[in-house]
Design a protein around this ligand. Sequence first.
Ligand code: ZN
Length: 235
Amino acid sequence: MNLLGTVKARDKAFESKYDKYAEHPRFGHRPRRTGLNPDPYDASVNLHYNATNLDEIRRRLLLLTGEDLPNAKQLEPFWPKGLPRISGTAVKAEPAKQNKPTVPVTHYFDVERVCRRCSQPFIFFAEEQKHWYEELGFRLEVDCVLCHPCRKREQSLAAKRAAYERLVKSKSRDWRETLQMVNFAVSLSEEGVFSGRVVERMRAALKSVPAEERNRPSYKNLIARIKAISEQDKK
Ligand SMILES: [Zn+2]
């Protein structure tokens, strides 16, 4: 292999590392190279804490003020050792749009993350950060700890749960709404949010469903799912 071939193979190996990263519907799963790579030791540059590490912060402070971070020793155990940012992916920030920052951020980087729920690696994209901290009004302290699929799942579960609670409390629930309520409970149980016992209690509510409705495939399917949950529970 010639030199160019070697370089290409190396770049390919580097990029293939991202094949297993969680997908973001807007940004994909690979770093978005902008070619911008601001120097973290430049006095006019201030990176978000998620893009840097304690060593870098201490060295920068030492360089700019001649002093060490006073509580560095206490902070050390809580700070990851590696450098989370991906080189050449910086996006310029607009400090005036940030929500009351203690220290305004001048650039965001694509940063490496591991999902706290499913352990899949993902990228918290520079452009996504810009959106969070400058459009949505999130404070800079707010961190992204879940991959996009897990965040979506969490939102959909929360919505299902709210709809379920509303139906449970409803005093004027008709049989159609009862079916909806049971469907939500079954689905939340399948997702591991509810225990099988919640679903077990739902069986009684199904008595309000008219006999002629019970021949429908959707109803039979619901009963089969309830059965599967109670069998799972007995194991
Ligand atoms: Zn995840």
